[in-house]
Design a protein around this ligand. Structure first.
Ligand code: NAP
Ligand code: ZN
Ligand code: ZN
Length: 349
């Protein structure tokens, strides 16, 4: 079925309107009228082909939240009218060791990502949530807590799970000192989650204007990362640092802040390879790791936690035709702290 969307037609073209084809719901599919879609920095990296592999047109968007409008005959978990969400993946092989242990993002055959992935059904590419509706297998469709503001919940589908997963894996909690680097979409959720999990939470930012917000969002301390003296005060003291920075920066500066066996977990993706000194790892023994979104069950766990604790994102709601301007502001570190597109504006509502 023909579906209104916004797409990039080349690495340099601004996003503009396009019509895409969505499949009719299959027996296990849920059709969702998209109410809100968050703007992730990955949308920009990918549409501008900064990671390679973009296939145009690219319809970005993987923080999708809306209302169910149709369900296939075998769908059991969703009914027409329910709130539902789709994050960064829409399918995987479901049989490999990762898929059967809740790590679909690391599927041996490659997970089907929500956009710019080979579609397992149509033979073409997947298209993301900068569109009026999406069709997704119910196994990859998430339940949304009804007590949250749906616009502010949408970015949980990527910014939320991407910070939740490393905080859980490396044990953010009482008695642990946890750093979050960068106060953007991911970072602001990292701060909220680390605090909610009970860790001593420290935000590292390059933006002086974000210090007060860092404290308001839950950080116990905020460090200006360009101030070497402020950084030195935290040497060898962290159990875990989650790095959300999207641009080139020094990993060594953060490695110096880890205790023995502490972990620097990268989630940000600077387009170019970064260097690291061997001494950062061996003196004292430290870990450099990374994390990619999170599995479907873990995403549901995060959403349920947010519902139970009243946690959502700090957002700025925009119209679909404001997205190019919003992207430029993301690149200038000028987002507080996630743009969310009101899809009614695409439908003309
Ligand atoms: P964002 O909202 O733009 O936030 C990135 C933050 O990084 C900025 O707010 C800024 O924080 C900091 N930053 C930006 N440029 C910097 C520079 N030159 N030097 C130092 N700090 C800088 O982006 P996002 O949507 O949170 O995404 C962050 C990164 O994570 C992107 O690379 C994205 O592709 C990636 N990502 C990864 C995954 C995953 O699964 N691993 C999932 C989603 C996104 P301050 O102003 O506080 O310094
Ligand atoms: Zn994302
Ligand atoms: Zn698999």
């Amino acid at each position: 079925m023909s579906t209104k969307a916004y797409a990039a037609s080349s690495p340099t073209a601004p996003l503009g309107p396009i019509a895409i084809e969505r499949r009719q719901p299959l027996p296990s599919d849920v059709e969702i009228e998209i109410m809100y879609c968050g703007v992730c920095h990955s949308d920009i990296h990918l549409a501008r082909d900064e990671w390679g592999g973009a296939v145009y047109p690219v319809v970005p968007g993987h923080e999708i939240l809306g209302r169910v409008t149709r369900v296939g005959a075998s769908v059991t978990r969703f009914r027409v009218g329910d709130l539902a969400a789709v994050g960064c993946m829409v399918d995987s092989c479901r049989t490999c060791p990762q898929c059967t242990s809740g790590l679909e993002q690391f599927c041996s055959t490659g997970a089907t990502f929500t956009y710019n992935s080979a579609d397992r059904h149509t033979g073409g590419m997947t298209y993301g949530g900068y569109s009026e509706r999406v069709v997704c297998d119910e196994a990859f469709t998430l339940k949304v807590p009804t007590n949250l503001d749906p616009a502010a919940a949408a970015p949980l589908l990527c910014a939320g799970i991407t910070t939740w997963s490393p905080l859980r894996k490396w044990g953010a909690g009482p008695g642990r000192k946890v750093g979050i680097v960068g106060l953007g979409g991911l970072g602001h959720m990292g701060v909220k989650f680390a605090r909610a999990m009970g860790a001593h939470t420290v935000l590292f930012t390059t933006s002086e204007g974000k210090v007060a917000d860092g404290l308001r969002l839950g950080a116990h301390e905020v460090v200006l990362s360009r101030d070497p003296d402020a950084m030195a005060k935290h040497a060898r003291s962290f159990d875990l640092i989650v790095d959300t920075v999207s641009a080139d920066h020094s990993f060594d500066a953060y490695m110096q802040l880890l205790k023995v066996d502490g972990t620097l977990a990268l989630v940000g993706v600077p387009p170019k390879p970064q260097q690291i000194s061997a001494f950062s790892l061996i003196m004292p023994r430290r870990n450099l790791s990374g994390s990619l979104i999170g599995g479907i069950a873990e995403t549901q766990e995060m959403l349920d936690f947010c519902g139970a604790n009243g946690i959502a994102c700090d957002i700025e709601l925009i119209r679909m035709d404001q997205v190019n301007e919003a992207w430029e502001r993301v690149l200038k570190q000028d987002v507080k702290y996630r743009f969310v597109i009101d899809m009614a504006s695409l439908r003309g509502g």
